[in-house]
Write a protein that binds this ligand. Structure first.
Ligand SMILES: [Ca+2]
Ligand SMILES: [Ca+2]
Length: 306
């Protein structure tokens, strides 16, 4: 039996990949069809669990054919943080699909323990309140690319988490127990991040003035790469709260602030001045959702009170 540890905000596919010690490059080599096979096995295991009156691994839908459909991945194959058990017979087949070389070796059929490929501390941009570090936007851009390379799906390597304000600084602010101070630091951090992120995107696809026109937004590649079949203009309009045809730094800050919320209703999370890859991807993907504009607007009002 394999015991898979599901981290916070992790999907079942990522947890399996992580349990197998698969690197990001390993994951990239696994196609949707293979994941569908894997999830079919997980589904069979789940059915078996139910028959044995054991706890279900996941809730929601189980249609593996729809695995690549972004519209479903907030509701289907939903797993809780914790440990799930996959019976050995199913697990062996899963290993054979994902790691054929390991499966050939009987020793390796037993799952190996995993080490996170990138310690969070190395990939976490540090922003000190009031000062924007030049590299933050670049790092977030790389981060966005990482996710899009992994098809912006549940399978994304979303173990990554970015501190909007350094953990040390944030903890120091929290320890003051001063609500007004915490609120101000939080808002400042997101404002800084909005400036940094917008500037990076504008440098990538525009004239570098820190505001994004629709053309610049398109050229920056962020959303297009993230969700090629989406209506780009609609996504742009969601960002452009004041409808002046440009995404300014505050509008970008509002989007990023919105990301600082858990998308998994089972988690508490949210508003901890950290952005994890899973939430980031989910928000980008939800851009066509008619509620998105309202959500960004609410985040905008929270940050800037306008
Ligand atoms: Ca511009
Ligand atoms: Ca605007």
């Amino acid at each position: 039996m394999a015991q898979i540890n599901i981290g916070q905000g992790q999907g079942i596919t990522q947890a399996i990949a992580s349990h197998l010690g698969m690197s990001k490059d390993d994951c990239k080599k696994v196609g949707l069809a293979q994941w569908q096979q894997v999830m079919t096995l997980v589904d069979q295991n789940n059915t078996q669990n139910k028959a044995d009156s054991k706890e279900s691994i996941f809730t929601g839908g189980n249609n593996v054919q729809d695995l690549g459909n972004k519209a479903n991945w907030k509701t289907d194959f939903v797993v809780q943080q914790g440990t799930v058990e996959i019976q050995q017979s199913f697990w062996d087949k899963i290993v054979a699909i994902l790691k054929p070389s390991a499966a050939a070796n009987t020793e390796a059929a037993e799952p190996v323990s995993t080490t996170p490929e990138t310690p969070v501390s190395e990939s976490t941009p540090k922003i000190t309140s009031g000062a924007v570090e030049e590299s933050t936007g670049d790092k977030l851009m790389e981060f966005a690319e990482d996710i899009s390379e992994l098809h912006m799906s549940k399978m994304a390597d979303s173990g990554k988490e970015f501190a909007v304000i350094s953990k040390e600084d944030w903890n120091a602010v929290l320890q003051t127990n001063d609500g007004a101070k915490i609120d101000a630091a939080y808002k400042q951090a997101f404002t800084d991040l909005g400036v940094s992120f917008n500037t990076t995107l504008d440098r990538a696809g525009g004239n570098g003035d820190g505001e994004l026109t629709f053309e610049e937004f398109k050229e920056s590649g962020l959303y297009e790469k993230a969700n090629g079949d989406a209506s780009l203009k609609k996504a742009f309009d969601n960002f452009d709260i004041n409808s002046d045809g440009k995404i300014d730094k505050k509008e970008m800050a509002a989007f990023l602030r919105l990301v600082d919320n858990s998308v998994n209703p089972n988690e508490k999370g949210g508003d901890n001045a950290r952005i994890d890859a899973y939430s980031f991807a989910a928000r980008l993907m939800a851009m066509e959702n008619p509620e998105m504009k309202e959500n960004i607007l609410a985040a905008y009002k929270h940050l800037f009170g306008e």
